[in-house]
Design a binder for this molecule. Sequence first.
Ligand code: NAD
Ligand code: UFG
Length: 337
Amino acid sequence: MRVLLTGGAGYIGSHTALCLLQAGHDVIVLDNLDNSSPESLRRVQELTGKQAPLIVGDCTDEKTVTRVFEQYPIDAVIHFAGLKAVGESVAKPLKYYQNNLDATMVLCKVMPKYNCNVLVFSSSATVYGTNQEMPLREDFPTGCTNPYGWTKWISERILTDVAAADPTRSFILLRYFNPIGAHESGRIGEDPAGIPNNLMPFICQVASGKLDHLRVFGDDYPTRDGTGERDYIHVMDLAEGHLAALEYAIKRSGVEIFNLGTGTPYSVLDIVHTFEQANDLKIPYEITPRRPGDIAVCYADATRAKELLHWEAKRDLNAMCRDAWNWQKQNPRGYNG
Ligand code: NAD
Ligand code: UFG
């Protein structure tokens, strides 16, 4: 298959590009490099011995997307391109709605002109909003708490309506839980700009001495140790989930939703202690008040993906912590080092 990865130079996209190339597929990347570097794809080439051509361009621009389809016959699209900073989305909602929704709609418009019906979409566990019942199942009620989340929710809606109107379409909505870690080579990984918002990149920068300590946002949640619990998934497991989703999608039509998580929640302190043990390091931390907008617990019921996609996460928390640090250690300044 020849697969177009929008946003394929980013964190999850580059690991998925590697998986697809290793499985024998051809990969084309369309990315505006807003939050990524072409170096990620250069390293994917170094690791696989295969090239994924990068078209630097914007997915919200119909002419650009059309040009890509004119240039390459494309069998399927994995749509990663999107802005993802929750805090920024609250401050600049229009930027998020415009980028994330236009990109989805432009793809829906251009793809059928080139008989391309298969699309796998990067959604998020954030669409489950403040659901209290755990584990989260795909048929649970949805709703969001910030503009970023709503862009995922509305994109899911758009894709569902477009597929309902055209029975040839096959769309898969993947709700990711918390991807962390890096390829085991340490050559590709997560390269956040500025001070990281997310837990694992923050811990990695504390471990490297760039930041002096971790702030643990709250120890008064109704959880085992009082700190927030999440469903962390190794980015390589997540990447392999996309391969399984593509194989499923090409054989059918309609819309399907899958959680991609492990089904096991870990607390902030579980992550800190596993990171320390896996890498023989100390992570200094202090307990601070809760971060506004955070929920206590969030984890997946991952049975649907197991039953229908024949996929499940294989890598444990130890591997996630080891691979995250291996990447950070080898690339203290990310791709720009
Ligand atoms: P990332 O920022 O590393 O990758 C996204 C890529 O999309 C970047 O390379 C960026 O340059 C590109 N991009 C953004 N807007 C674009 C546009 N209009 N045209 C072309 N390229 C564009 O993020 P990631 O962590 O790899 O996430 C990939 C997708 O998964 C995103 O849609 C994100 O919202 C979603 N997601 C991520 C997480 C997470 O925790 N990382 C969780 C749930 C969902
Ligand atoms: N945390 C800290 N200190 C930090 C950073 C995070 O204690 O410096 C805690 C948080 O309070 C939370 C846990 O670590 O309990 C995980 O936080 P992250 O920021 O890594 O991840 P979130 O679960 O808050 O959010 C992630 C993505 C969102 C997405 C959401 C649901 O960043 O984009 O998962 O999928 F919407």
